[in-house]
Design a protein around this ligand. Structure first.
Ligand code: COA
Length: 334
């Protein structure tokens, strides 16, 4: 008789045990951005809410920023690198196609031989990673999982492109996810709409670049206004669904951490959700710009560091971007 395959034995609940952030040292003002585009500090502030952002210096690589953010998350979680059963890196700006940067991050941290891989879901990548990690632990395929959102978008942004030059920025955020006595990560609501693939994308494929007479590094292009409308209206519905699936209403929330794409999108979502006054809203975009996969963990870490949010608070995470793709979940802050 054929032996039956054993089922992995998981746990009932998961939570975020620790969070860490890395913000590059170089501050870039709107005036510096306007040296290359026809714009103004006032236009950028009023249309996007961005006052300044940070660009990585040469030594602040995707690997280095990931390791620094992860060390803080591991320390705060009181988990040793050797206890990590998987390392997931969400990024679109590690410019070596293969192998995954997660393997180098895991090796430098001391997590080897934990499995390590990258995921590409653009700005929604970190929230995808949180869901994957939580499900791995629930299903018994690991106890502690490190999830990192990291970008060096300054490498793939055209400083002369008026539609993107003032938006994108660099940084890293990391969380350690593990088992819990009570639920700390709600059901994910996620999806993708490939019919809107062209709205935010790398302008050329590497093959196209090879065919050019004067090859140029591919950069990001965005059709900002349709993305703005999609994010402001459709994403509030996704956020509400994530609350419903967690069995909660806006009154149960302490903190709202949306992807830091544009301050006006954050305000529109807060209005559409009818967030009560007591809910703290992450507005990290003012000083960090849009850091894609890093934006949600950076914004959550900033609220915890400033004391505006505290450990044990109930937060709604929602991230969205190229794909178009999105993911949202209710979590307990570490
Ligand atoms: N500086 C000055 N003026 C600019 C400009 C810039 N950098 N970029 C565009 N404009 C002008 C346009 O030419 C247009 O002028 P006109 O009215 O004379 O034609 C006007 O500003 C409005 O342009 P529009 O593109 O409609 O602006 P907007 O209100 O949509 O704001 C974004 C532009 C990019 C800030 C906004 O669309 C946005 O934030 N989109 C979403 C970004 C996002 O969420 N990305 C998510 C995934 S990463």
């Amino acid at each position: 008789m054929t032996a039956a395959i054993a089922t992995a034995q998981g746990v009932g609940h998961t939570r975020i045990h620790g969070i860490g952030a890395f913000r590059p040292s170089r501050i870039v003002t709107n005036d510096e951005i306007c040296e290359h585009i026809d714009s103004s500090d006032e236009w950028i502030r009023t249309r996007s809410g961005i006052i300044e952002r940070r660009f990585a210096e040469p030594h602040e690589t995707v690997q280095m920023m990931s390791v620094e953010a992860s060390r803080k998350a591991l320390q705060r979680a009181d988990v040793d690198p050797g206890q990590i059963d998987c390392v997931i890196v969400a990024t679109v700006s590690h410019l070596l196609q293969t192998p995954a940067v997660a393997t180098l991050v895991a090796e430098e941290l001391g997590c080897t031989p934990a499995p390590a891989f990258d995921i590409s879901a653009a700005c929604a990548g970190f929230c995808h990673g949180v869901s994957l990690a939580s499900d791995m632990i629930r299903s018994g395929n690991g106890k502690y999982v490190l999830v990192i959102g990291v970008e060096r978008l300054s490498d793939i942004t055209d400083p002369t492109d008026r539609g993107t030059a003032f938006i994108f920025a660099d940084g890293a955020g990391a969380v350690v996810i593990g088992p819990a006595d009570v639920e700390g990560i709600g059901p994910v609501v996620w999806g993708a709409d490939g019919s809107k693939f062209d709205l935010i994308r790398q302008n050329e494929t590497w093959i196209d670049v090879l065919d050019m007479e004067e090859p140029e590094m591919p950069t990001l292009r965005m059709d900002g206004n349709p993305v703005f409308r999609w994010a402001s209206f459709e994403m509030a519905k996704v956020a509400r669904e994530a609350l419903d699936r967690a069995g909660m209403t806006v009154d149960d929330l302490d903190v709202f951490v949306p992807h830091q794409a544009n301050m006006r999108i954050i305000d529109a979502m807060a209005r559409a959700l009818k967030l009560p006054e007591h809910v703290v809203i992450a507005r990290d975009i003012a000083y960090q710009g849009n850091t894609s996969a890093a934006s949600v963990p950076l914004a959550a870490a900033a609220l915890l560091e400033s004391g505006e949010a505290k450990s044990g608070d109930t937060a709604l995470f929602i991230a969205f971007g190229a794909g178009l793709s999105y993911a949202a979940q209710v979590v307990t802050l570490p």
